[in-house]
Write a protein that binds this ligand. Structure first.
Ligand SMILES: Cc1cc2nc3c(=O)[nH]c(=O)nc-3n(C[C@H](O)[C@H](O)[C@H](O)COP(=O)(O)OP(=O)(O)OC[C@H]3O[C@@H](n4cnc5c(N)ncnc54)[C@H](O)[C@@H]3O)c2cc1C
Length: 427
């Protein structure tokens, strides 16, 4: 059967965080958008994700009109408290600062269907759910659109000025377009599960334990549930695999300074497991093509950055390219602006993140910074802003921050900074 032929301004492959965001924002600009998703069911959601959204994405979420919907759906807003081998660093007292760095806890099970529904009913957006993209339409130098197919082999050819790959970490679009990519080693595996009636001993904020080199988290979320998660270095994988539930329980019961009474709670989800994760960065555009979200940059999930960056990169693309798409000329100028914005905002974070993704222990600089943050609220604030992805990690090297750190360290007991002082876990 001959494929049906259609034409749009933009065709977006992948209706998850990045794809739905881009579709809504391009649609609002009066552009005609085709949104393609291989899963037919609008309630489909990404299963392997620990769901914390950094505050850097809140303005985008707000702009989409999604913030209110998340509040209504029971999302838990707040910043993260960090535990380190030298104690906690957290934001306890400063309400204005809390407002600035607060992120969102909402399960993907809740978030994804809301977002998909919004995108599907957005002006200018025509959705093709249950269609998979297996082929690009292209000339030697330019991507012209895609061909999609549903389970009955019904084919549609879609031509567009701009094709957008929002198809996730293993992006088939990037592969078909032969986009250059860079891979980075990942040295941790993860387990996570949702619990009901988990009595948390202090506030209802998200927590991250830097167990050096392992990591543990608790994320209180919608529906009165709490996600517990851990990422551990790979040499432990075999022993964990044999008895992971008991190991998981013991890890949380034996956390330093805050045992989580996990046996009193009810596990209400299967364990989410992740191993052999690929960290990939890709060239974010080619003539006629742009990548957003994980398809552009799938960094280490242990820092909870992917959802936020998917929202933000989609917004950057729509903001830089809509004008050129409307004029039907000079799209390459818009794509060059998108490339620069993506690099400027994310490259430095990704560089630092990949260095610790191997599963190595904290290096000396990281020790000094984290130690200083546990002793000094100004340093803690800077680390919170960096961790929330609101400022570049290199801000820490500004003279005022270095001066503050030097002052803290001048009073430190040096042996407390040595590796031997680290917390030893039994897991
Ligand atoms: C273990 C783990 C924990 C994580 N925890 C966090 C966290 O706490 N916080 C955070 O911010 N991020 C986290 N992430 C990352 C986060 O899940 C991703 O960054 C985010 O989902 C990326 O969104 P996206 O829209 O770019 O892609 P995805 O959510 O991957 O969506 C891609 C979409 O494209 C569709 N698709 C793919 N190929 C095709 C095709 N050929 N045709 C049609 N449709 C197609 C898919 O069905 C899917 O709907 C975690 C990731 C992992 C692996």
């Amino acid at each position: 059967m001959e494929p049906i032929k259609k034409e749009f301004d933009v065709v977006i492959i992948g209706a998850s965080i990045a794809g739905c965001t881009a579709a809504m924002l391009f649609g609002k600009q009066g552009l005609r958008v085709a949104l393609i998703e291989q899963h037919k069911e609008p309630k489909y959601y990404k299963k392997i994700c620990t769901h914390y959204i950094q505050s850097s994405a809140i303005p985008t979420i707000d702009r989409l009109g999604l913030l209110e919907k998340l509040e209504k759906a029971g999302a838990n807003f707040g910043s993260v408290d960090f535990w380190s081998p030298w104690g906690w660093f957290q934001n306890n007292h400063d309400k204005n600062f809390e407002e600035k760095i607060r992120g969102v806890n909402i399960r993907r099970q809740t978030l994804d269907p809301i977002l998909k529904q919004m995108a599907k009913s957005s002006p200018g957006v025509e959705s093709f759910f249950g269609y998979r993209c297996n082929q690009l339409l292209k000339t030697k130098n330019k991507i012209l659109g895609i061909e999609i197919e549903d389970s009955t082999k019904h084919k549609v050819q879609i031509k567009a000025q701009l094709t957008v790959g929002a198809d996730g970490r293993m992006s088939a679009i990037a592969k078909m377009a032969k986009v250059k990519e860079k891979n980075y080693p990942h040295g941790r595996f993860g387990y996570a599960a949702y619990y009901e009636n988990l009595p948390l001993t202090s506030n209802n904020k998200a927590k991250m334990w830097i167990l050096n080199p392992d990591l543990a988290y608790s994320f209180p979320t919608d529906n009165n549930l709490t996600l517990l998660a851990c990422f551990l270095t790979k040499e432990k994988y075999e022993t964990w695999q044999k008895n992971y539930e008991e190991k998981f329980i013991q890890l949380f019961e034996n956390l330093p300074r805050q045992s989580i009474p996990i046996r009193k709670a009810k596990r209400v989800s299967p364990f989410l497991k992740s191993n052999n994760l690929k960290i990939i960065s890709r060239q974010v555009s080619l003539p006629g093509l742009a990548l957003i979200g994980d398809a552009a940059l799938a960094s280490d999930p242990v820092w909870g950055i992917g959802i936020g960056w998917a929202f933000q990169s989609a917004e950057w693309l729509a903001d830089t390219c809509s004008m050129y798409l409307k004029k039907k000329e000079s799209l390459e100028t818009g794509l060059a602006k998108y490339r620069r914005k993506h690099r400027k905002n994310l490259q430095s974070h990704h560089k630092i993140i990949t260095q610790s993704a191997t599963g190595r222990r904290l290096n000396l600089i990281e020790r000094l910074l984290i130690y200083s943050a546990t002793k000094d609220s100004a340093v803690a604030k800077t680390l919170h802003l960096i961790g929330s992805r609101l400022i570049s990690p290199y801000t820490i090297f500004q003279p005022n921050n270095l001066g503050r750190i030097a002052w803290v360290l001048s009073k430190a007991k040096i042996n407390s900074l040595l590796p031997e002082a680290d917390f030893k876990t039994s897991h």
